[in-house]
Design a protein around this ligand. Structure first.
Ligand SMILES: Nc1ncnc2c1ncn2[C@@H]1O[C@H](COP(=O)(O)OP(=O)(O)OP(=O)(O)O)[C@@H](O)[C@H]1O
Ligand code: SF4
Length: 296
């Protein structure tokens, strides 16, 4: 089984546009929406959930006032200043400052601090007109998005195995933080969708560093390449000098936004020259995946 993760660093470069197009072009695959903070692939795929489950993760610690000896040990260890002495309530935890590291529970000599799980989101396995989609929803203000991305990927691989499907397509999150890291570790190939803008180029370099660190091969696609010829040339040069495979370039076309507003992929909406560009990109990505170790 092969796993492709589509990333960008900068948000809004066209990850979901490309992921939805690949979902239309790949004959056999399971899709995973790894943008759990602001998922939007489901808007294009009209999923019908066939399995729904709670996502539980570690919450803020709770101090049991009965057991607490008010020694102040936890306060002195907490590097986030999240534990304070309240003259009425004894030692209390500031939920906004707490980073859930759990150190206080480890150091408390009275075992007075409890770490409890709570429901902070949900994940779903759904039927769509393009095949199975695994997606998730993180509650407002909740942490643990990296953990939820890992869960979504695991369930997508599980579904692919059960269905005898050889490809998992991950629509990745923006940025290079914890959710992006969780979306690329152990994946076979990252396709970075970039655009010819200063932040597009800057964030492409950051994605490349991340891929290098986790030893994941990087391929690149320039979306809206005709909006700035000079910056697109700079991206081509960068790909050549850094050894990243430039696998395709997609022109700007207002029909793309119209297609997405009609909840259709650019392939299904037959978006003129964009269709040829994305089809060529998909063929190049498939060929690249086929050359990777472990391919039939
Ligand atoms: N080639 C293109 N021509 C014209 N508009 C485009 C093109 N590609 C993407 N867009 C538009 O850019 C916007 C962002 O695209 P998309 O949602 O695919 O990006 P994203 O990287 O998934 O964003 P996010 O980081 O928010 O998930 C959308 O309005 C889309 O219609
Ligand atoms: S370390 Fe334990 S006993 Fe000491 S103040 Fe903190 S919660 Fe109370």
């Amino acid at each position: 089984m092969k796993e492709l993760t589509i990333l960008s660093g900068k948000g809004g470069t066209g990850k979901t546009t490309v992921s939805a197009a690949f979902a239309s072009l790949a004959s056999s695959k399971v899709m995973a929406d790894c943008d759990v903070d602001a998922s939007n692939l489901h808007l294009l795929l009209a999923p019908e959930p066939r399995q729904t489950a709670d996502f539980t993760a570690m919450r803020s610690p709770r101090i049991d006032a009965e057991l607490c000896a008010e020694c102040g040990y936890c306060e002195s260890w907490c590097r986030f200043d999240a534990i304070k002495l309240d003259f009425d309530d004894g030692y209390v935890i500031d939920a906004l400052a707490c980073e859930h590291c759990g150190l206080c529970a480890l150091v408390c000599p009275e075992s007075a601090i409890l770490m409890e799980d709570h429901v902070c989101g949900a994940w779903m396995v759904s039927d769509t007109r393009k095949g199975t989609l695994v997606h998730a929803r993180l509650g407002i203000g909740e942490d643990n998005s990296g953990k939820l991305v890992t869960l979504v990927r695991r369930e997508a691989r599980r579904a692919a195995q059960a269905e005898g499907v050889g490809l998992v397509l991950n629509d990745g999150p923006p940025g290079i933080g914890c959710p992006a890291t969780a979306a690329i570790t152990g994946t076979d190939l990252v396709l970075a969708v970039t655009e010819p803008t200063p932040s597009g180029i800057h964030d492409l370099e950051r994605v490349a560093e991340l891929c290098k660190h986790f030893k994941v091969p990087l391929a690149v696609c320039i979306n809206k390449h005709d909006l700035d010829a000079e910056k697109s040339a700079a991206i081509r040069d960068w790909c050549q000098s850094s050894g990243a495979d430039l696998l395709g370039e997609i022109p700007f076309d207002p029909a793309v936004t119209k297609a997405l507003m009609a909840q259709r992929s650019v392939i299904d909406a037959d978006c003129g020259p964009v269709v040829d560009a994305v089809t060529g990109l998909w063929e190049a990505v498939s060929a690249r995946l086929g050359q990777l170790p472990g391919s039939p």
